[in-house]
Design a protein around this ligand. Structure first.
Ligand code: GN1
Ligand code: MG
Length: 345
C-alpha cells in the first residue's frame, strides 16, 4: 500500500501530517481523513480518484472547480480543494490520482433521514440546482450518458449477450421484469427527444450521505461533486428518494426490511418544490413520481449489469454483493411502483 502521508505531503499544506485513516462508504473512490500534528480532529480529506471510471481527471477537477467557484461567489459553503505543489488540483503518483480538500468541521452525515430532514434536503438540493442554473461556463459530461436509462438498458443487453461469467441464467427473472417496463421507464429520454424536457446542471449523486448537516439540522454543505453535469432534474429528485425513502439498506439481504416510505417522499417533494419554484417547468413537476420510480429501476439495471459482467464497476464486499444489491433495489422499485405508478401513468 502506498504511503498516504507522503501523498498528502505533495499538496500545499504547511502543517505536519500526523495520521491518515479510512473514511466513508463510497462505492467508487477511496476516501481518508487526514490528521495534523496537535489536533485530534481531522483537518483534510484525501481521496484516491477512481480513474477507471473518471477517465478524464483534468475535466473532472475543472468541472468541480467551476462549480465550487460559482457557489462560493454566491456566498455558499462548498468544498475547498487544495492545490498540489505543481498548482494542479490533483496529484498523479505515476499510477493513481489523488486530491485533497478541507474537512468540513463539526459536520454530520446520515445514512437515513426523518421527514423533517428530508424536507430540508429537498429544499437544499432544489436550491443547489437553482444556484447553478445561471452558470455561464459549460461543464463537461464527465461520464457520458450517466443517467440515460436507454443507454443503461443497452449496457445490460450487452452484458447479457456476452454472459462473460455465466451468471445470466440465475437472473432471468429480473431481466424479464426489467424489460417488461422498458417503455414506461424510458419516458424521460423520449420527452427530451421531443424537445419537451430540458437538461439542467444537476448534482447526479444526491444520496442522503452526500449532504453534511450541523448538529442543529442545518445543511452545511453538499459534497461529492464528481458527477455534477447536465441531466434531467429527475436525477437529483429521484436518486435522493432512492436512498432516503428506502426503509432498508441499499444492499439489504432481508427484502422484508425494504419499503418505499411515503412520508419521506412527501416531505422531500414539498422541500424540493419550494427550492425549485423559480424554474421548474410543469412537465418536470408532473413527472416527479416517474423520477422516483426511475432511480431504483436504473440502479437495479446498473447493479445487475455489473453482476453479469463479473463485478468490474462497483466495489464489492463479498462475491454475491451485486446480486444482493440488485434484489434489494428491485424490491424498492416494486414498492415505489405500487404506490406511485397511478400518479404518473
Ligand atoms: C456510486 O461512489 P458513490 O457511492 O457516491 C455511483 C452512483 C450510484 C451509487 C450507488 C460515479 O456512488 O451513481 O448511484 O454508487 N457513482 C458513480 O450507491 O457511478
Ligand atoms: Mg458518493
Amino acid at each position: 500500500m502506498e504511503n498516504l502521508i507522503e501523498i498528502v505531503s505533495k499538496f500545499e499544506i504547511s502543517e505536519k501530517i500526523a495520521d491518515v485513516k479510512p473514511m466513508g462508504e463510497g462505492l467508487i473512490n477511496d476516501t481518508y481523513k487526514v490528521f495534523v500534528a496537535g489536533s485530534d480532529k481531522p483537518k483534510y480529506v484525501l481521496q484516491r480518484i477512481n480513474n477507471a471510471i473518471f477517465q478524464n481527471v483534468d475535466m473532472l477537477m475543472d468541472n468541480i472547480n467551476k462549480v465550487t467557484t460559482h457557489l462560493r461567489k454566491k456566498g455558499e459553503n462548498t468544498l475547498q480543494f487544495l492545490p498540489a505543489k505543481d498548482k494542479k488540483l490533483y496529484y498523479f503518483d505515476g499510477s493513481k490520482y489523488w486530491r485533497v480538500m478541507d474537512f468540513v468541521p463539526d459536520s454530520i452525515t446520515y445514512q437515513a433521514v426523518t421527514p423533517e430532514y428530508s424536507y430540508i434536503a429537498g429544499k437544499s438540493f432544489g436550491e443547489f440546482e437553482s444556484l447553478l442554473s445561471d452558470m455561464k461556463e459549460p461543464l463537461g459530461e464527465i461520464i457520458p450518458d450517466f443517467h440515460n436509462i436507454e443507454f443503461r438498458l443497452k449496457q445490460l443487453r450487452d452484458a447479457v449477450a456476452k454472459d462473460r461469467v455465466g451468471r445470466v441464467k440465475e437472473v432471468q427473472y429480473y431481466l424479464d421484469e426489467i424489460f417488461k417496463r422498458e417503455a414506461q421507464m424510458t419516458l424521460g429520454e423520449r420527452l427530451y427527444r421531443e424537445g419537451k424536457l430540458p437538461k439542467r446542471v444537476c448534482h447526479c449523486d444526491t444520496k442522503v450521505n452526500n449532504m453534511l448537516f450541523d448538529k442543529d439540522g442545518k445543511v452545511l454543505c453538499i459534497i461529492d461533486l464528481d458527477t455534477v453535469m447536465p441531466s434531467f432534474i429527475f436525477s437529483d429528485y429521484g436518486d435522493f428518494l432512492r436512498t432516503a425513502a428506502n426503509t432498508g439498506l441499499e444492499d439489504d439481504p432481508n427484502l422484508d426490511n425494504i419499503d418505499f416510505n411515503m412520508e419521506i417522499y412527501e416531505a422531500f417533494t414539498k422541500g424540493y418544490l419550494e427550492g425549485t419554484k423559480d424554474f421548474l417547468l410543469p412537465i418536470e413537476k408532473e413527472n416527479l413520481p416517474y423520477a422516483a420510480m426511475l432511480f431504483p429501476y436504473m440502479q437495479t439495471v446498473r447493479f445487475l449489469a455489473d453482476y453479469i459482467n463479473g463485478d468490474t464497476y462497483y466495489k464489492i464486499k463479498y462475491p454475491e454483493h451485486n446480486l444482493v444489491r440488485t434484489k434489494a433495489q428491485w424490491r424498492l422499485f416494486e414498492r415505489a411502483e405500487a404506490k406511485l405508478f397511478s400518479l404518473n401513468f
